[in-house]
Design a protein around this ligand. Structure first.
Ligand code: AHM
Ligand code: MG
Length: 334
């Protein structure tokens, strides 16, 4: 008989990595896995029911909210609230952090930063979207946790992960001891371990960037893109270009096959587009844990001290040799 391991079984087994853990983090990860399955179900039938398109409201960054954005946001908040392990949620969809003050979570010790549905402009056209999350332990010891507990450096993350709702649905996460990937088996409704101990190749042949913004990129990025396009047999150039427009999907491809993903500064986004707390930090933690690298071009992503919840940063992330090459171009030309 083919033995498989479910996410739930794996999480419990891995609790042994944290001898003093009382199981709260395990329960928190389990809750996220359950919400992901509910969101997955809704995304799968999105074409069938009246759930595509805009709600007509805008979120804190002035972007049109999609019905599925709102749905996913509600599901993750509900799962984290009832789970009782989380005291604050910071979500892309809400300007203010959410204090969970239910009797069970009044003194809970974890903070969750989450982008409930990333790349959601892709849902109307049946292209992969994702959920990205990051978990911190609260630092304050007395009273209610507050904003300071949320504004921690990425190096303080205790866990991070993403879910891709793609041709199959996958959950990938790290607790700081390697990266493991699980694929949802729809016939049994369980995430099953399919990609144990993922290591990102040290180099690859794919670069991923929205080249439509080329004229607005810093010179270092422009020069690096040109480098990717030059013919050179010894380094397998010209590289291939791939861009889904769904961060989790684009970075997942690099994680499995090797590659580089960039969202640099542009004229319209002088700090880059992607958010530090619930997009860049979790992806950076995962990629570093798999042996890759994540930088702004000048600074390690995980070392940035956040000043605000929805802060944006430029990012270059992926296979270590490719990221270091892009960094060298940034140093020389930008
Ligand atoms: P979102 O959180 O509003 O969905 O935006 C994040 C997404 C990323 O998944 C993706 O990599 C990027 O935005 C694409 O942006 P662009 O369309 O500017 O290339
Ligand atoms: Mg997003």
């Amino acid at each position: 008989m083919h033995a498989f391991k479910t996410l739930g079984q794996f999480i419990i087994q891995k609790q042994a990595d944290f001898p003093y853990a009382k199981g709260e983090l395990s329960r928190l990860l389990r809750d996220i896995g359950i919400a992901a399955k509910i969101v997955n179900r809704e995304i799968n039938k999105a074409g069938l029911v009246d759930i595509l398109g805009d709600v007509g409201t805008t979120n804190v960054q002035g972007e049109q909210q999609k019905k599925l954005d709102v749905y996913a946001n509600e599901q993750f908040i509900a799962a984290l609230t009832t789970g009782g392990e989380c005291c604050i949620i910071a979500t892309e969809e809400e300007e203010e952090i959410i204090h969970i003050q239910s009797p069970v979570s009044g003194n809970a010790k974890y903070i969750v930063c989450i982008d409930p549905l990333d790349g959601s402009s892709n849902t109307d056209v049946n292209v992969s979207v994702g959920t990205i999350f990051s978990i911190y332990r609260r630092k304050s010891v007395e009273g209610l946790a507050d904003l300071k507990d949320v504004l921690q450096k990425g190096t303080e993350q205790v866990a991070a992960g993403y879910i891709i709702y793609g041709s199959s649905t996958m959950l990938v996460y790290t607790t700081g001891v390697g990266v493991n990937g699980f694929t949802l088996d729809p016939s049994i409704g369980e995430f099953c371990l399919s990609h144990p101990q993922i290591k990102i190749p040290t180099t690859g042949i794919v670069y991923s960037v929205n080249e439509g913004n080329y004229v607005h990129f810093p010179d270092g990025i422009k020069k690096y893109i040109k480098y990717c396009q030059v013919e050179d047999e010894s380094t397998n150039r010209p590289y291939t270009s791939r861009y889904i427009g769904s961060m989790a999907g684009d970075i997942h491809r690099s994680l499995i096959k090797g590659g580089i993903y960039m969202y640099p500064t542009t004229a319209s986004s002088p700090n880059g587009k992607l958010r530090l707390l619930y997009e860049c930090n979790p992806m950076a933690f995962i990629i570093e844990q798999a042996g890759g690298k994540a930088t702004t071009g000048y600074e390690r992503i995980l070392d940035i001290q956040p000043d605000e919840v929805h802060q944006r940063v430029p990012i270059i992330i992926g296979s270590i040799e490719m990221v270091e090459k892009a960094e060298a171009f940034m140093k020389e030309f930008s």
